[in-house]
Design a protein around this ligand. Structure first.
Ligand SMILES: [Zn+2]
Length: 181
């Protein structure tokens, strides 16, 4: 969907636009306007590496999914790598398509966090207690539960990797879909 910034594709496009352009073209879509004092954003090489690594992970996952059907080259525009991955794995069994969706969804969370939007994790229930309002812990690279009673055997808050949250999210979504059919 155009203008939807919650898909992994669009988040990657936003990252590209935000961090890899020398010149800003007019006001930002968010309503922020560049002031004269604001220097053009330099290309952030870290972000370029980050995006290349994300695309490479999707490519490897897609190629490994079915060696009998070589997938051909990945699109030059790396935000289209997800579309490419779906195209080339659409014939696989539901489980493997779910694994692909979990990977894509996880990358979407990573892209949002890379842009500073750590609140994306709060939109997922805690896999242990079902509470909402997980908090991103940068140093641990995990989303911690805010429920004081939701702790492990050492009394520490349960904390989840993005991979786990993505797996839970995609599994829950597919359960809804299969109930509906
Ligand atoms: Zn919890």
């Amino acid at each position: 969907m155009l203008g939807d910034d919650t898909t992994t594709e669009n988040r990657l496009r936003l990252l590209q636009a935000e961090f890899t352009q020398y010149q800003r073209r007019g006001p930002e879509p968010t309503g922020r306007t560049a002031t004269r004092a604001e220097a053009p954003a330099p290309i952030d090489l870290g972000i370029l590496d980050y995006m290349a690594a994300a695309a490479a992970e999707v490519e490897q996952h897609t190629r490994a999914a079915d060696w009998s059907r070589p997938a051909g080259p990945v699109p030059e525009d790396i935000s289209r790598v997800y579309e490419w991955a779906r195209e080339h794995t659409a014939h696989l069994d539901p489980e493997r398509q779910q694994a692909r969706e979990a990977l894509i969804y996880r990358q979407g969370l990573e892209h949002a966090i890379a842009m500073g939007d750590t609140a994306v994790v709060s939109k997922h229930p805690c896999p242990e207690c079902g509470c909402w309002g997980l908090i991103w812990r940068e140093e641990a690279g995990k989303a911690a539960c805010v429920n004081h009673y939701c702790v492990d055997s050492q009394g520490l808050s349960h904390a989840w990797t993005l991979k786990r949250l993505a797996r839970e999210h995609v599994a829950a979504k597919s359960a809804v879909t299969s109930r509906a059919t």
